[in-house]
Design a protein around this ligand. Structure first.
Ligand code: GLA
Length: 388
């Protein structure tokens, strides 16, 4: 394994262990996680692998096979760029340890493990770049999974996902929901992860497309529009404002959609329409998957895309063209996946239509003078785990 060789070269010793955490693709349930709603992502066969050894002096030494310069951090605060995702996990786990220590001082809680010290780390990733397949969540989750084991923290997979999300929210400063980290930590081979983002209850739903003669293609637009991060925070705010106006804790709680829409206008009205109907679509997809009617989920994927494009306004020309040309080429359904403004679309395609979908998408991109998007099938893989 090349991370092990690189670890030896960098630090002159063997790593204590090697861990892997995958990226994710979301089948349906977009921009619902931070509204306490439902999501249905699955973990991918690609992600981030980390060779790690603990250090008692608290120092964090990092090397990425995808970056030139190694990084040495006396404290997490010194980190910049990609290293902040790693440093943020140390920060989040140390914070959690401190809070637990204080609670124990007050006679509550049970201590577990040692305080999180430092580590020597080498990471290697094989997720397609800029594809919106959660390479940052994979990086956070692999580090959290390794530290959990090396420092004996006894965290569950969901607690690992929450620590990774805390790193991204409070250290990196990206106000994401829990979906990406949960999919990376809890994914199972051959299954999609149904997650209730309020209760954090999960169910693994069998998602075996091959036995139905189907494939789920990822179409990587290769673009990432810069406005993405600011727009994400704005959408979140729109949703919170709408919930406040409606007197509910979160848009998840809207039961009378028509009544709610009558009380809202503008952006808040459109965002609410998307979130409430998207939650319904997730439940409908689950119902169809349970009934073995996988082919029938296509219409719900199409409806999700239109809602994200017109009501939530997070699509872009490259995603719309990918979706429309995939459907024209014979896909049973297609939608943008992830946060939007670039990244990837997904298309549900019968085996005998895969070539025609590829040609249709490539042709539509070529017509506009855009680079041919990468297109590859995705199957659900196992979540974060120790490899060595
Ligand atoms: C990004 C965020 C997730 C989720 C999606 C949209 O991937 O990290 O938490 O909100 O966007 O569904």
């Amino acid at each position: 394994m090349r991370v092990v060789g690189a670890f030896r070269d960098s630090y002159g010793m063997e790593p204590a262990g090697v861990w892997h955490a995958p990226g994710r693709v979301n089948l349906i349930g977009e921009h619902t996680d931070y509204n306490d709603g439902f999501v249905l992502p699955f973990a991918l066969p690609w992600g981030v692998t980390a060779a790690v050894s603990p250090r008692e002096d608290g120092v964090i030494r990092l090397r990425s096979l995808q970056a030139d310069e190694p990084v040495t951090l006396a404290t997490p605060d010194e980190a910049e760029g990609w290293a902040r995702y790693v440093a943020g996990v140390f920060w989040a786990l140390r914070e959690a340890g401190r809070e637990q220590g204080q609670q124990e001082g007050q006679g509550q809680g049970q201590g577990q493990g040692r305080p999180v010290g430092g580590a020597d780390v080498v990471i290697d990733g094989d997720l397609p770049q800029g594809a919106g397949l959660s390479s940052s969540a994979a990086l956070e989750v692999v580090v959290a999974t390794a530290l959990n084991e090396l420092y004996g923290l006894g965290l569950t997979k969901m607690e690992i996902a929450l620590a990774a999300q805390k790193a991204e929210n409070d250290f990196v400063g990206m106000p994401c929901g829990i979906m990406d980290q949960a999919a990376s930590s809890l994914g199972e081979e051959g299954k999609a992860l149904f997650l209730d983002c309020r209760s954090l209850g999960t169910r693994n739903i069998p998602f075996d497309l091959a036995s139905h003669g189907l494939q789920l293609l990822i179409i990587n637009t290769g673009v990432h529009h810069e406005l993405a991060d600011g727009q994400y925070a704005r959408r979140r705010k729109d949703c919170e404002n709408a919930a406040k106006r409606l007197g509910v804790d979160a848009l998840r709680d809207v039961t009378d959609l028509a009544g709610a829409l009558a009380k809202l206008s503008g952006d808040e009205r459109r965002r609410t329409q998307h979130v409430v109907t998207e939650n319904h679509r997730v439940e409908a997809v689950i119902g169809l998957l349970r009934a073995g009617a996988v082919r029938e989920i296509g219409a719900l994927l199409n409806a999700s895309h239109l809602s994200l494009r017109d009501q939530f306004e997070v699509s872009c020309a490259e995603l719309d063209v990918a979706v429309e040309s995939a459907v024209r080429g014979g896909a049973r359904g297609a939608r943008m996946t992830g946060g939007g403004f670039g990244g990837s679309a997904i298309a549900l395609v019968a085996d005998d239509r895969v070539e025609s979908v590829r040609e249709s998408v490539a042709g539509a991109y070529a017509e506009r003078g855009w680079a041919t998007p990468e297109i590859y099938p995705a199957t659900p893989a196992e979540g974060a785990r120790r490899l060595l």
